[in-house]
Design a binder for this molecule. Sequence first.
Ligand code: ADP
Length: 504
Amino acid sequence: NLSNPLLLSRYIVQIASECAPVIKAGGLGDVVYGLSRELENRGNCVELILPMYDCMRYDHIWGLHDAYKDLGVPWYGGEIKCDVFCGWVHGRLCFFIQPKSQDQFFNRGYVYGGNDDPMRFAFFSKAAMEFLLKSNKRPDIIHCHDWQTGLIPVMLYEMYQYYGMERQRVCYTIHNFRHQGSCGNEILEATGLNRPEYYFHYDRLRDNFNPFALNLMKGGIVYSNYVNTVSPHHAWEARFTDVGYGLGHTLEIHRNKFSGILNGVDYKLWNPESDELIPSQYDLNNMAGKAKNKKALREKLLLQDSEKPVIAYIGRLDEQKGVHLVHHAIYYALQRNAQFVLLGSGTSTEVNNRFLHEKYFLNENPDVHLEIGFNEELAHLIYAGADMMVVPSNFEPCGLTQLISLKYGTVPIVRGVGGLLSTVFDRDYDQDHAPEKRNGYVFYQQDNKALESAMERAIGLYYEYPKEFKQLAQQGMECDYSWKSAGSQYINIYEHIKNIKYEF
Ligand code: ADP
């Protein structure tokens, strides 16, 4: 049935700064990979363009080879030569851009964190466009993500459409409004977007609050054919509350092309029935494996064996994630006779040091383990072995940790914001879902007492009503947060923008 847009196939290029598992700092990487796989499964041709970081997991790339030698990327009136490599990341065709310049944009042992991050990713965006142009790739849709690629639609509309790319359309997905790519004029000069006074206009890239800065994410919003964030509730929050970090007004102006689409989880990578990174696979009807994973987790992290529940936190240690509540959760768990496992890496030295200090302080305690760093393999074991997962975020555009936890039968305890509110339904208080559809615990205020009340209910159920606790975990495993629904919604957007005239 060719009139059904879901059955048509299209050529989609994803341009992003992360793709799991080869390079991942957070949920963005999971989403880029998972969405690409879903789109391919639906018969679309999908390619990805990524920076070639030195710190990638090269063991996850198959068949890496030269794709384009000496690609000349115009930069500051001259050019930087790049080599483009090509390889498969668990079946997805990826192109990696490696600039040959003294700037060493992607050879620094980190993904983000340089003072010149806007310049690094402006260069990546420019190089990606130049690669599309010179290799004659003319996708129907360019799908780009977060501030790092906000300049793509700007350059497409202002320059590349005149070089023969007038039919390409852009879908722009915002995973986190907090980081917007604030920068100065030099980005325009570098990328060849001449006429600074034109771009430094409030209708275009000028930051809504800092009149001296350009805002790359704002550029992405203004110039893309469609913009979305990663859950419907967060789309509302971004427009009407302070979690839009100053972009609410811009979203309001562009509201007709803005919405929220809930992320999915790639159940091929995240599935306790088939997960090869955990010692014992298990499923809804046979949960014995989960107990074995709990034992393995304890052995690995040198926690004492006991009847206690294991409560976990996995995530960036960042203000966004409610670090003060994460910190409190550790001590409250210990006080309530539970064990605690934390896996996280700090995005600031201050927060990192705070947790390193805590780790040192709790070193001898047999009921707690804090692992500071990024460790994909350990994350799988924790999802599988823990009984509960705390996600006390200040704001959360979608949140994947609670979705993965649900799949692994690990009961989420979350703060009711953004995507957390759309996916976790309180066992005791949710009015909108029947008791058999509820899957966790939700609290709302940002203080210790609120967190404690939810943790207390969860730990209480674990000790007093173990059967009911197990049932709650199983109800979580029954939820379907796969990519199916999001896949159809993105395809509808692609179809919608394919046919509209490109103007803003
Ligand atoms: P965000 O994108 O804000 O960081 P999400 O909840 O959307 O948060 O996604 C986090 C993803 O990153 C999940 O897949 C989680 O398992 C993973 N993750 C976060 N921190 C770590 C870590 N220290 N080690 C391993 N995986 C991590």
